[in-house]
Design a protein around this ligand. Structure first.
Ligand SMILES: [Zn+2]
Length: 165
């Protein structure tokens, strides 16, 4: 995940806290459990440590279709992170690969930036992933972060998922 590392370095250099918020509906559906999510997160932390990088907070919604207030785009987890880490949303951005990420950003008044090129599992998209998508996706995380850090001026250009301000 080289460009994620580049993105995190950029954030660290600009005094950003990095919070991961995810929907883990697999928990409610019995496909995984809290311990599995924690172990995956721990593995990511382990890999980032080599670059002296860290993730400041992990938050996930374990629900599925239960009308909770923490499943993205609901903002409860983001607000919780802000509270628990003493952060401000001033200058923050929400970067993700789904419409719910963009919408979450919009709901709390920060840019919601979609990283394009999410690759799905159909054969057609696998081919697409080999030819184009994975490069676009890999390249886009750092670029999305660049946009978030440098300002919003170019947010609306060239991002199929759009961005809000
Ligand atoms: Zn939830």
């Amino acid at each position: 995940m080289p460009t994620v590392v580049a993105a995190l370095k950029l954030l660290a250099a600009n005094n950003y806290a990095t919070i991961v918020i995810s929907n883990q509906s697999g928990i409610a559906r019995g496909l995984l459990d809290d311990a599995k999510v924690r172990s995956v997160n721990a593995e990511i932390v382990r890999r980032l440590a080599g670059d002296e990088l860290t993730i400041d907070g992990w938050y996930w919604c374990p629900h599925y279709d239960e009308g909770c207030d923490c499943r993205k785009p609901a903002p409860a987890l983001l607000h919780q992170a802000v509270r628990e880490h003493g952060l401000t949303l001033d200058g923050a951005a929400m970067i993700g690969d789904r419409g719910s990420d963009v919408e979450l950003g919009q709901r709390v008044g920060i840019p919601g930036i979609a990283v394009p090129g999410r690759c799905r599992t159909s054969a057609r998209n696998r081919i697409c992933a080999r030819k184009r998508c994975s490069k676009r996706r890999n390249g886009s995380c750092a670029v999305a972060t660049e946009i978030a850090v440098r300002g919003r001026a170019s947010c609306s250009r060239g991002w199929p998922g759009g961005a809000s301000s």
